[in-house]
Design a protein. Sequence first.
Length: 320
Amino acid sequence: MASSLDFVPVDIDMADDPKVFALMEELGGDDECARWASYGRLLALMQRIYHEGFYLVYGRFERRKMARDLGMTGEELDSFIESCISCEIFDEGAYRQLSALTSRGIQRRYFKAKKTGKASVSDEDAPYVLIELQPAQSQSAPRNAGNRRESPRSSENRREAPSKSKNAPRIAEPSEEKIREEKISKEKIREASARSARRSSSDSDLPSLRSLAATAYPLACMSTVADPHGGYMDDAGEAYDTPWDALVSTHAHKTGGQPIDGFARQVAKLCPKGCDCSLERVEECARMIRRGLDKFDPSKGANPYPLVAKIIRDERGDAR
């Protein structure tokens, strides 16, 4: 696991950064107290990330603790993080695919402060690296010594190359950026496959995704829009491949294990005609349903549908 920093590097003009400014505008608007509250929570969140290293896995227990520390509910914290992602403060791919809070800026500051390179990153941390790291042993070498893209252009290197190489076929080498992206992609896929394998035994009671997609099951669109890296979380912080799986788990937790079929049929009646079932629309509907389930109190009713329906209608401006 990456080691923590002794202090958090904060730019003196952080509040003027366009991304941070956008976050303060989105969450605070003209309310100065709300604007600076969002700024303070962002700083606290950054501190927590640097305390863990250069990334923070946003899991069930971490979510609960952070929400308590920041004076928020779990739902409010989820919404705050989504706002940070929409303002590009945290990397969306790392969050959706690995449930990790990090960014290229966070990692650049971390490794600059630690003065370490690739050799210091463990196999456990490697899937979370977003930036190109120089080998640790090369830090005392000249600045351009590790730059492979500049070396072939050097006239000195061309003079030292064997003469027979002039007749050798030129093979285009992939760029460092391409190599890095492919490596990260393979590592993330391996991590996701491992998570899916771990979940398979405990989730066998949930409806099959393939059977749902092949039928006219209510809300089937939510089972066909899938993130292969497990980007959708239930109320316990567990990641699932589709919005449907996450909602099934959340519904079971909130209702004491009641089947979701009747609830799904009721909600499906609210679907707008001509919906294109795009990723954006499906995820928007899933978020509204999730907000209703999070607010549902089983001691006050047996069915979360009325609350979910009210939230959906209010957000859509439907007066029915």
